[in-house]
Ligand binder design. Structure first.
Ligand code: ZN
Length: 75
């Protein structure tokens, strides 16, 4: 994952907050685990990449960094 840029998206709505640093916010049936850009904590496990769009934002329960799933800008 990557760190969110300031002003990129509002922090208010739509950001999933990881309550327990030891437990991923999302758990799916896909091939990929998503980890915090800052501390490497697992935020979402076994996710399908199709689900992890730019809209998916997760605040790390360990270091409070807000991560977004998509690491590259859409062309
Ligand atoms: Zn973190």
């Amino acid at each position: 994952m990557r760190r969110i840029r300031e002003g990129e998206v509002p922090f208010a709505a739509g950001t999933a907050v990881q309550e327990d640093p030891g437990r991923p916010v999302f758990r799916g049936n896909g091939p990929d685990d998503y980890v915090c850009v800052e501390c490497g904590n697992v935020l979402a496990s076994s996710m399908d990449p199709d689900y992890m769009t730019k809209k998916v934002r997760i605040r790390c329960g360990r270091c409070r960094t807000v991560n977004v799933a998509v690491t590259e800008e859409a062309s």
